[in-house]
Design a protein around this ligand. Structure first.
Ligand SMILES: [Zn+2]
Ligand SMILES: [Zn+2]
Ligand SMILES: [Zn+2]
Length: 282
């Protein structure tokens, strides 16, 4: 199994196919991926190594026993320290089909209020599956937003924003850049008129990486925690917000899957949202 971050600086490998592959809905995973859940798979710690780029990794201690690691240049999630004999790697970054398939949803008690679990037949656990250490829950705790404002922030809190409803569009994007950047099955981004988006703090905490060969594909992230951050497209006049960074329920829900022709082989789309092979086409 071989994988790399979005910019290619960090490359790692381990022996496949990936054990205990799971979708994690905890609040930490949502913030670091910018999506509804991360998908992580285990490789034996003895087989894991960074092929290159290990020096460029930044670390953020998300809870007393857990460290979240990301590429300092592009913000992609990269593997952290071993969990016993296993290193959990973000499946969105793995090249090709490692063979392993998701076996469970975990931390569903913390799931995003805007995300409905699909009928995919996988077992669901409120926190860790039985047999694992007591979890430190990081619940969604959707707040009011009664005045029509919806807040969001990165994991460490350096970046905070608010937006005013309504949301104009919401895509789950399965392209390979989104999967590598987010480290998961797909990105989940909502879009709205930039005049209804306001950065409250942390403008100087945001780092951005633009894929050199792309017209505009850019990933923005907090340089301290690696949490995915909103971007303003000044020319087009809209804000693109990674849904996993939301703290409030925006009322709207994801509307469609795009670029499903590039979907990860290990991920089945089990909901009923419309699917488009590339951008919104036929
Ligand atoms: Zn990178
Ligand atoms: Zn998690
Ligand atoms: Zn942060």
């Amino acid at each position: 199994m071989r994988a790399s971050c979005l910019c290619g600086d960090v490359v790692w490998e381990g022996s496949g196919p990936g054990e205990l592959v799971h979708h994690c809905h905890c609040g930490i995973c949502r913030k670091i991926s910018g999506t509804a859940f991360t998908t992580m798979g285990g490789v034996p710690a003895s087989s894991f190594r960074f092929v290159r780029g290990g020096d460029g990794i930044r670390r953020f201690r998300s809870s007393p026993g857990s460290e979240r690691c990301f590429c300092g240049r592009c913000g992609s999630t990269v593997p952290g320290e071993a969990f016993g004999d296993t290193v959990f790697v973000p499946f969105g970054n793995v090249e090709g089909d490692p063979g392993g398939r998701p076996v469970a949803h975990i931390f569903v008690a913390s799931k995003a209020p805007w995300y409905e679990l699909p009928d995919d037949g996988l077992p669901r656990f409120d926190a860790y599956p039985p047999g694992y250490a007591d979890p430190e829950l990081f619940p969604a705790e959707p707040r009011g937003g009664s005045d029509g404002r919806v807040g969001g922030s990165c994991l460490c809190g350096a970046i905070a924003y608010e937006l005013e409803k309504p949301v104009d569009a919401w895509h789950n994007c399965h392209c390979s850049r989104c999967r590598r950047g987010r480290g998961g099955a797909h990105a989940s981004n909502l879009f709205l008129d930039a005049r209804r988006f306001r950065l409250l703090r942390g403008g100087d905490a945001i780092d951005s990486f633009k894929v050199p060969e792309a017209e505009r594909f850019t990933q923005s992230f907090c340089r301290t925690c690696g949490g995915k951050a909103p971007r303003i497209n000044v020319q087009a006049g809209y804000a693109a917000v990674p849904a996993g960074s939301l703290d409030d329920d925006p009322g709207a829900r994801p509307e469609r899957h795009i670029y499903v022709a590039s979907k990860a082989p290990w991920f089945e789309i089990a909901d009923r949202l419309p699917q488009f092979s590339a951008f919104i086409d036929s």
